[in-house]
Unconditional design. Structure first.
Length: 69
């Protein structure tokens, strides 16, 4: 089944982007290319409390999946 992401509203597109960023940051941590300060830095850039919660949820999910402490 395929989805046309262009048809999503702006908030859904933003959720997908935040999820991708979270995945990349946790991957970088796993590869020892960055530390947790990168996550903190990204969180401070987010303005909406909802975005921060979603991003943190995604970070936690990818840490679990990738086995990062």
């Amino acid at each position: 089944m395929s989805f046309n992401l262009a048809l999503l509203d702006a908030s859904e597109k933003n959720k997908i982007e935040l999820d991708k960023q979270a995945s990349f940051l946790v991957w970088k941590m796993k590869q020892a290319k960055s530390g947790s300060e990168e996550i903190t830095k990204q969180l401070t850039k987010l303005t909406s409390e909802q975005e921060k919660e979603w991003f943190q949820h995604s970070i936690d999910k990818y840490k679990r999946v990738m086995g990062v402490a």
